[in-house]
Design a protein around this ligand. Structure first.
Ligand code: C2O
Ligand code: CU
Ligand code: CU
Length: 523
C-alpha cells in the first residue's frame, strides 16, 4: 500500500548561520550526523544522515562576491554505513573505510582544493582521509551570478548511498541585480528538492542489494552487490517529506526546483493547467521569462520558476510527473494512476496577507552569451555502454575509467565546444564541475554506423535547446542517439575537476572522469 498523499505540510529547510569570522570572512561549521526524522505521518521514524541534523540540510544564503569559509565535519558512525556498500566499486574497495564523506558545491565556481574531489574524502573527525585530501576548511568565493546551487556528498563509489541517506542541501547566491527585480521573496520564495525513496515496513530506507544472489565470481565476503544500473524509488519526497502539501495565498510564489534524485527524471505539469513562468536555469537568470506548461529536470538540474496562484482561490493543484524510467524510453509513468506520477500539492486556501506587489519583469539579469565562433577547441566525448568483470552493466565516458590518465586539458580562459555523443539507449545528465556552459544544439546521428566505423552521419537536423534550457547550465540532458553540443569557457582556476553523469548509480560506477584546467601556454 503506498503511503497516503498530501497529509503532511511541506517542510522548508532552515537558513544556516555563520558561527563567526575567520580571516575576516563568515565562517560556517556544518556537521554530518545520523539521526531519526519523521518522513510521513504513517511511517515510523526513519534513520537518515543529514547536515546539521536535518534532511535536507539547511540552506546557505550568500551574496555574490562575498566569500565564505565552511568546515564540513563528519560525525557519522565510524565504519557502519546506513546502506549496502558495494565493495567492488571504484573507491569502495577495502581497505578504504565504509563511511567516507566529501562535500561538493554543485555549480560552484571554486578552487579545486575546495571543490570536494571524490578522492578528497574524510572520515569521522578526519581520522582517515582519501589520497587527494586537501584541507579541512573549504573556501567558497561566490564570485558568480545569483542562482540556485546545491551541496551534496561526493565520496567516490558511495555518492549514491550518501546522498540517498540524506546528505544534500540548497546553496543560494544572491546579487544586486536580483534585488532590483522585485520577484516574490520572503515567505513567498521556497526551495523544493524532489527525491524518490523506497522504504522498508519499519520505516527504514530501502536500497537494493542486487543482483541477489551476487553474480558469478563475485568476491566472497562482499555481501552487498548494490551497484544497480539505476535506482527508482516508489515514493516521492519534497524537502524530505513524502508527498507533502503546501498552503498558499492567491498570489505569486517563486520556487527553486531541484531534482536531487539518484536516477529519476521529472517531467512536471500542474493540474490547474497554469503555466510555470521560468526565470532561471542551473547557473542563473534567463534573459527573459519563459512561459511553459512543462518542465523537465534530470538528476542535478534546477529550474527557478514563478507560479501565480491569483486566479486559483480554493483549488488544490497537484504538481505531476510523467517521466518514464529510465528516461526517456523506459516504463511510462501515468500521473493519474502511478504513485510517482504526483509530486506534491498546492492548496490555494490562505487569505491574502497583503497586496502582491511582486512582479516578473520582462527582462531579467543575464550575462553575455558565448558564440560558436569563439570556441578554439572542439572535443568529442562519447558515452558508451560496457560491462564490468562480473558481467554487470557499466557506462563509460570515452570508454575510460575514473583512474585512467587525464585526457582533457582545457586551457584557462579558453572557450571549447564539447560534443557529447550518446551511443546508449538512455538520457544521461552530464555535469561539469567549476564551469557554466550553454547548450548549442542536439542532433540525431547513426549510432550503429558510428560504433562500427567511428564516422558521424547525422540523421536529422540540429535542434536548438528547449526555451526552458536556453540559460546558463552546469548539467545537460544528453539524449540517446544524439550529439549534444555545449559551449564552455574554462574560467577562474587551474586544477583537476570531475565531469560526470549525474545519475548517481552511473557516477559511482565509473561514468565520471577527471579533467584538468591548465595554465595558458606562453606565446
Ligand atoms: Cu552534483 Cu559532481 O556533482
Ligand atoms: Cu558539481
Ligand atoms: Cu548516466
Amino acid at each position: 500500500m503506498p503511503l497516503e498523499k498530501f497529509v503532511d505540510p511541506l517542510p522548508i529547510p532552515g537558513i544556516l548561520k555563520p558561527v563567526g569570522k575567520l580571516n575576516g570572512v563568515d565562517f560556517y561549521r556544518v556537521a554530518m550526523r545520523e539521526f531519526k526524522q519523521k518522513l510521513h505521518r504513517d511511517l515510523p521514524e526513519t534513520t537518515v544522515w543529514g547536515y546539521e541534523g536535518t534532511y535536507p540540510g539547511p540552506t546557505f544564503e550568500v551574496r555574490k562576491n562575498v566569500p565564505i569559509k565552511v568546515k564540513w565535519e563528519n560525525n557519522l558512525p565510524v565504519n557502519r554505513h546506513l546502506l549496502p556498500v558495494d565493495r567492488t566499486v571504484h573507491g569502495a574497495q577495502p581497505p578504504n573505510p565504509l563511511v567516507r564523506t566529501v562535500v561538493h558545491l554543485h555549480g560552484g565556481n571554486v578552487p579545486d582544493e575546495s571543490d570536494g574531489y571524490p578522492e578528497a574524502w574524510f572520515t569521522n573527525d578526519f581520522e582517515q582521509t582519501g589520497p587527494f585530501f586537501t584541507q579541512k576548511i573549504y573556501d567558497y568565493p561566490n564570485a558568480q551570478p545569483a542562482t540556485t546551487l546545491w551541496y551534496h556528498d561526493h565520496a567516490l563509489g558511495i555518492t549514491r548511498l550518501n546522498v540517498y541517506a540524506g546528505l544534500a542541501g540548497f546553496y543560494l547566491i544572491r546579487d544586486d541585480c536580483e534585488d532590483q527585480l522585485n520577484l516574490p521573496k520572503g515567505n513567498f520564495e521556497i526551495p523544493l528538492v524532489i527525491q524518490d525513496r523506497s522504504f522498508n515496513p519499519d520505516g527504514s530506507l530501502f536500497y537494493p542489494r542486487q543482483p541477489d544472489p551476487p553474480p558469478e565470481g563475485f568476491p566472497p565476503g562482499f555481501p552487498d552487490p548494490s551497484i544497480v544500473p539505476e535506482f527508482f524509488g516508489d515514493t516521492i519526497l519534497v524537502n524530505g517529506k513524502v508527498w507533502p502539501f503546501l498552503e498558499v495565498e492567491p498570489r505569486k510564489y517563486r520556487f527553486r526546483l531541484l531534482n536531487g534524485s539518484n536516477s529519476r527524471f521529472y517531467r512536471m505539469k500542474l493540474t490547474s493547467g497554469q503555466p510555470f513562468i521560468q526565470i532561471g536555469t542551473d547557473q542563473g537568470f534567463l534573459k527573459k521569462p519563459v512561459v511553459t506548461n512543462e518542465i523537465t529536470l534530470g538528476p542535478g538540474e534546477r529550474a527557478d520558476v514563478v507560479l501565480d496562484f491569483t486566479a486559483f482561490t480554493g483549488q488544490n493543484i497537484i504538481l505531476t510527473n510523467d517521466a518514464p524510467t529510465p528516461f526517456p524510453n523506459g516504463n511510462p509513468v501515468d500521473p493519474n494512476t502511478d504513485p510517482v506520477g504526483q509530486l506534491m500539492q498546492f492548496r490555494v486556501n490562505l487569505p491574502l496577507s497583503g497586496p502582491d506587489t511582486s512582479i516578473v519583469p520582462s527582462r531579467l539579469c543575464s550575462l553575455p552569451r558565448l558564440k560558436e565562433e569563439m570556441a578554439g577547441v572542439v572535443r568529442d566525448q562519447t558515452l558508451v555502454e560496457s560491462t564490468d568483470e562480473f558481467g554487470r552493466l557499466l557506462l563509460l565516458l570515452e570508454g575510460l575509467r575514473w583512474s585512467d590518465p587525464i585526457t582533457d586539458e582545457p586551457e584557462l580562459g579558453n572557450i571549447e565546444i564539447w560534443r557529447l555523443i550518446n551511443t546508449t539507449p538512455d538520457t544521461h545528465p552530464i555535469h561539469l564541475h567549476l564551469v557554466r556552459f550553454l547548450i548549442l544544439d542536439r542532433q540525431p546521428f547513426d549510432v550503429k554506423r558510428f560504433q562500427e566505423t567511428d564516422e558521424i552521419v547525422f540523421t536529422g537536423p540540429a535542434e536548438p535547446p528547449d526555451p526552458t534550457e536556453r540559460g546558463w547550465k552546469d548539467t545537460v540532458r544528453t539524449n540517446p542517439g544524439e550529439i549534444t553540443r555545449i559551449i564552455i569557457r574554462f574560467v577562474s582556476y587551474t586544477g583537476v575537476f570531475p565531469w560526470h553523469c549525474h545519475i548517481l548509480e552511473h557516477e559511482d560506477n565509473e561514468m565520471m572522469r577527471p579533467y584538468e584546467v591548465v595554465a595558458e601556454e606562453e606565446e
